[in-house]
Structures are given as structure tokens and as C-alpha cells.
Write a protein that binds this ligand. Structure first.
Ligand SMILES: [Zn+2]
Length: 173
């Protein structure tokens, strides 16, 4: 006698619970920004620097190192980027806005990696030439005799040199 009325109610309850939005059940976790003190446009290149180091067995954490990065007009002519070593805080990469706007992906990577070569790897400039006349390193000053030759075919060579040339940062020591 009762079963005729009980079953439709039970089925209705099942269908209501199935309609609950699964997102409401997921915990609300805020994902922290990876490089909070770095201009958002520079962040992908900071990430690549860490990734390329990891590929070579070198753990790099630019956030932990406190390296910051900004894009702004550098008043000095022909300066695409610089690394400043403020006395009271970690090092800061500055990329010149005019160069950044004009530069393609390879140029942007080149200039960010060069400045991180100073700011994180503590490398100095190296002006040596390959037999072709191309620069042996992306750590060239830009005022020396060698020619820049950074592109998809030479990228791995130059990134190997960048990390190999950084004393104390190789995987083996
Ligand atoms: Zn430099």
C-alpha cells in the first residue's frame, strides 16, 4: 500500500544530489605566483632558466635566491639589460623596455639569460670568439669583436656554455 508513494521520493533525492556542482566540493586553494617579484612578462624566461638548468642537473630556484626582475627604460644608450647588486637586498635584473618591445623570443631569452648569468651565476663578461667569429658565450659584453649567433640551432650550445662557465654551479660540484 505505501510503496507506491515512497519510491518516487527516494529517486528524486538521488537526482538532486547528482546535480551538485563538483567545483563546490573542491577545496579552494590559491595557487601562489611562481616569481612574485618579477615582471609577469619576464616570468616565462625566468622559468626557462630554471628548466634549462634542471635539464643539466643543476637545481636553480630564482625565487629562493630572491632575484627580482623589472622592465623599464634604461637611460644609457644601447644597454638592453643590466644586473644590479644592491647592497641591502638580492640582485635585480632590469631589462630595457625599448629592446624588450622590439625583441623576438630568442632575443628576449638571450638578454634575460645573460642578465641571470650575472645576477644568479655571478659570471663576468667573456669576449672570446669561435673560429667562425661568433661569440663563444652569451656572456659577451656587446662591445667586443665577436658576433651574436643565438638561434634555435645554437641555443643548446650557448646554454651549455652558460652553466658550464659558472664555477660552483655545475652538477658535479
Ligand atoms: Zn652583461
Amino acid at each position: 500500500m505505501y510503496s507506491k508513494y515512497v519510491w518516487p521520493i527516494v529517486l528524486l533525492m538521488v537526482s538532486i544530489s547528482a546535480c551538485e556542482d563538483p567545483e563546490d566540493l573542491a577545496p579552494q586553494v590559491e595557487i601562489p605566483i611562481k616569481f612574485p617579484n618579477v615582471d609577469p612578462e619576464l616570468r616565462p624566461y625566468f622559468q626557462r632558466f630554471e628548466d634549462e638548468a634542471a635539464l643539466r642537473g643543476i637545481p636553480v630556484d630564482l625565487t629562493q635566491a630572491g632575484i627580482s626582475g623589472v622592465i623599464e627604460e634604461i637611460d644609457e644608450e644601447h644597454i638592453a639589460g643590466q644586473c644590479s647588486f644592491p647592497r641591502n637586498r638580492p640582485n635585480e635584473v632590469t631589462i630595457d623596455r625599448s629592446f624588450w618591445v622590439r625583441g623576438n623570443d630568442f632575443f628576449r631569452e638571450f638578454i634575460v639569460f645573460h642578465e641571470l648569468g650575472h645576477c644568479y651565476l655571478f659570471r663576468s663578461h667573456l669576449e672570446d670568439l669561435l673560429p667562425s667569429g661568433a661569440c663563444i658565450s652569451i656572456m659577451r659584453s656587446g662591445n667586443g669583436p665577436c658576433l651574436d649567433n643565438y638561434h634555435s640551432g645554437t641555443r643548446a650550445f650557448y646554454i651549455d656554455e652558460l652553466f658550464d662557465g659558472a664555477i660552483g654551479f655545475t652538477a658535479s660540484n
